[in-house]
Write a protein that binds this ligand. Structure first.
Ligand SMILES: Cc1cc2nc3c(=O)[nH]c(=O)nc-3n(C[C@H](O)[C@H](O)[C@H](O)COP(=O)(O)O)c2cc1C
Length: 195
C-alpha cells in the first residue's frame, strides 16, 4: 500500500533541501533508466527549480536530453544497497529496474518511471534549456512539475525523522559506498547577540 500523497509545488524544494543522494529516473523511446546522484539541489522556490549534475557519459543524460524530462526519487535507508547498485552500473545494456527488481509507478504528469517502495519522495521534472551549464559542468537545471512524498516521513511541507520511520531516512553519500543517514531532527534555538 502506497503512503504517497501530493506535495504542494511551493514545498517541493524541501524534498532535496537537505542534500540527500537521489535517484534520477528517465525514459525515452521505449527505454527507461535509473541512476544515483549525490549532487543535486533546489535553486528556486517559485516556480520550483532544481539543479542536478548528470555526467554526459551516462545513459541517463542521453534519455533525459532526448525526452526533455527526468524524475528525482529520494531513496530511504531501506534502499541503500540498491542506490549504490544503480549508481555503479549503466542502463545502456540492461533495464536496471528489471535487473534489480525495482518496482515503478507512472508519474501523473510526465509519465516518468518513479519509485515509491522504500523511497521518501519523488519529483517529476522538465529540463530547462541551459546548454552552457550542461556542456561545461554537466549541471542540468529543471522545473519541478509534480511532487509527492510518503506521508509517514514528509507531510504538510515538513519532514519528520524519528524512530518510527527509519527505513525512509534519507541517505547522504560520504564516498565509496558509505552513506550517512539523516536519522534525527534538532531545532535551532534563537541566540541573542551579546552586543
Ligand atoms: C552514491 C552515488 C552518487 C552518485 N552521484 C552522481 C552524480 O551526482 N552525478 C553523476 O553524474 N553521477 C553520479 N554517480 C554515478 C552514476 O550514478 C553512474 O555513473 C551510473 O552508472 C550512471 O548510470 P547510467 O549510465 O545508467 O545513466 C553517483 C554514483 C553513486 C554510487
Amino acid at each position: 500500500m502506497s503512503h504517497f500523497l501530493p506535495v504542494k509545488l511551493e514545498h517541493a524544494s524541501r524534498l532535496i533541501n537537505h542534500g540527500p543522494t537521489v535517484l534520477v529516473t528517465s525514459a525515452h523511446g521505449g527505454r527507461r533508466n535509473v541512476m544515483a546522484a549525490a549532487w543535486s539541489m533546489p535553486v528556486e522556490f517559485t516556480p520550483p527549480r532544481i539543479a542536478v549534475v548528470i555526467d554526459k557519459s551516462t545513459y541517463t543524460r542521453e534519455l533525459a536530453a532526448a525526452s526533455g524530462t527526468f524524475g528525482i526519487c529520494v531513496p530511504g535507508y531501506a534502499m541503500m544497497d540498491l542506490t549504490y547498485a544503480v549508481g555503479s552500473s549503466s542502463g545502456r545494456d540492461i533495464d536496471k529496474f528489471e535487473a534489480f527488481g525495482i518496482d515503478t509507478v507512472e508519474g501523473p504528469v510526465l509519465k516518468l518511471p518513479l519509485i515509491e517502495t522504500n523511497c521518501a519522495a519523488w519529483l517529476e521534472c522538465r529540463l530547462i534549456d541551459e546548454k552552457h551549464t550542461e556542456d561545461a559542468y554537466d549541471t542540468c537545471f529543471a522545473e519541478v512539475i509534480a511532487a509527492a512524498a510518503d506521508a509517514r516521513v514528509f507531510s504538510n511541507g515538513h519532514w519528520t525523522l524519528d524512530d518510527s520511520n527509519q527505513p525512509l531516512h534519507t541517505l547522504h553519500h560520504l564516498g565509496a559506498g558509505k552513506f550517512a543517514r539523516a536519522s534525527s531532527m534538532e531545532q535551532a534555538r534563537p541566540i541573542t547577540p551579546a552586543v
